[in-house]
Design a protein around this ligand. Structure first.
Ligand SMILES: [Zn+2]
Ligand SMILES: [Zn+2]
Length: 276
């Protein structure tokens, strides 16, 4: 009897814990980086949320229910502060929650309205196109928001927290995921390799929040750069295919598109960007 009571009280405690947990985070996968900065992973692209005294910065707004839950989570904590949204790129898994926020400044690379509407949607349209670099002092940090040009799409934007040395890379860096290489949006494998080399030289990086997959250190930059180099190698020398399939066998594919080992190789073959 005593044993049963212990089991029941254990179950009650577990239920209480789970309900508190889901109530505060709405079932989102929230990773606290410090008291002000959070990464919220999955359900579309990974997001970042930075809280300071006067404003809240949201990096990428997810899609579908994930977008709605993220907006509720941000709203609970923002308490009416000004909202800045930064979109790392145009794809819907990163932008579909833009319209849920009230009166935000929405910053994205300078795709222009027509291109944006063709790939994302009118209701999520940004109101500030970024052609180069913006330094945004916020609370205890300064955000370097940079349009790095054509990499995963025609105008990818990264956000680097200068004091924290945390990089939000959008889909320029994925962690153990095959990339979605989209010719309509401008994906360019050669530019991935050059841009990622640039990150290694330009930034001191303590943490990387990739567009998809878990948070990591600066090794994520190298790993994804190496992925692109290896794939170009397979495209040029098919003899290496078995070895590389083995090396990347644990890489996942995003549920919403046809990304994978074969798609990467055929994209490289089609775009004819083979390196010498
Ligand atoms: Zn994505
Ligand atoms: Zn993308």
């Amino acid at each position: 009897m005593k044993y049963m009571t212990r089991i029941f009280s254990g179950i009650a405690l577990l239920i209480a814990f789970l309900s508190i947990h889901s109530c505060t985070d709405y079932g989102l996968n929230v990773k606290k980086i410090d008291n002000h900065l959070y990464a919220v992973l999955g359900e579309g692209g990974n997001s970042g949320v930075f809280f300071c005294d006067t404003a809240v910065v949201v990096i990428d707004t997810k899609m579908k229910q994930g977008a709605e839950r993220l907006q509720r989570w941000v709203n609970d904590k923002a308490k009416g502060k000004k909202i800045y949204i930064i979109n790392t790129h145009v794809h819907k898994d990163h932008t579909s929650g833009n319209h849920l926020y009230s009166n935000p400044t929405i910053i994205a690379g300078d795709y222009g309205v027509q291109f944006w509407d063709a790939i994302s949607s009118k209701e999520d349209l940004p109101n500030r196109w970024l052609a180069d670099t913006l330094l945004l002092p916020m609370g205890d940090d300064t955000l370097l928001i940079e349009n790095v040009g054509q990499v995963h799409t025609y105008a990818d934007v990264i956000v680097y927290f200068k004091n924290r040395k945390v990089l939000f890379a959008g889909d320029i860096i994925l962690n153990k995921y095959h990339p979605y290489l989209d010719e309509h949006a401008g994906s360019n494998v050669e530019n991935y390799i050059n841009t990622l080399s640039g990150f290694i030289k330009e930034f001191t990086i303590k943490k990387v929040v990739p567009g998809h997959g878990e948070i990591g250190g600066s090794e994520l930059v190298n790993n994804f750069r190496q992925y692109m180099i290896d794939m170009e190698d397979v495209a040029a020398y098919p003899d290496n295919e078995i070895k590389m399939r083995e090396k990347y066998s644990k890489y996942l594919s995003l549920p919403l598109n046809r990304a994978g080992f074969d798609q990467t190789i055929s994209f490289i073959n089609k775009s004819g960007t083979l390196r010498e």
